[in-house]
Design a protein around this ligand. Sequence first.
Ligand SMILES: [Zn+2]
Length: 312
Amino acid sequence: MDAERGTVRSVPSGVRRPAAPAVGGRHTDAPQTGTPQTGARRPPARLPRSRSPLAELPLAETTSPWVLMYHSVAVEKEDPYQLTVSPERFAEQIAWLHRRGRRGVSVRELMRARAAGRADKLVGLTFDDGYADFARHAVPILQAYGFTATAYVVADLLGRANDWDVEGPRKTLLTVQEVTDLAAAGWEIGSHGLGHRALPGLPAEVLATQTRESRRLLEEVVGGPVTGFCYPYGAVDLAATQAVRDAGYDYACAIAHSPLTGRYALPRCYVGDRDGAWRLRAKRGRHRLRDTVTELRRHRLAARAARLRRVP
Ligand SMILES: [Zn+2]
């Protein structure tokens, strides 16, 4: 459980505001080879003298969309894993997004908008574990702003409780009927696997069951395609991303930035009960910063691989 929240809990004191060169800067940092300059005198007649290996990189997805990670929205005295945000605090956070001109959407909608180049003002809203309080407390607040969201539910535990958590209060999970109703009302339902098990290290056949069987079960419940997956505890490795892709999902949510960051390991930003306006702003900045660092590391690795390929 610690891994699910602990890696994303604290805000580094050094990050106080959005890093200016981060998101848009990614493009300006990119090699300019072949890009016509303003008032360019003539097209390049020959290749540049030193051709950077960076220029050979495909123009992949550069920045990650901003996706917030919630679990439970409720009043809870005891909350050892810091999974719970009070309805009042949640309402403040959603109002803050609205004031900033952002619209909260499901990750399904976010990915579609992104593909169409229309994701600028969108932020993904995700709720892990499928707590029953999502329907009771989060949905009415989100509806008031015209926002949508994704609930990632544990396919074989609907109507049960969070028994995978050793400590803390038992929280009831959405029932089959509630999940059916939420999906019918347009809320995205994604898979959080079976039994809330971490995927890394599981044998290939278990990985296939976790991803395929959870999808099959949920598609029966929602009566339509289930295209999003969310790794329990945010734990992900290469085999897990491949299993998710092979099971036919369109995307998957992780938590931390990593070398696997991309469509099948989307980083997310933990939001807790302490997060008011300035902490959310700081987290937005930190997300951009981590995006930049992740991309630079990726470029460095690719450049090193390119150099190695040239060695006879
Ligand atoms: Zn979870």
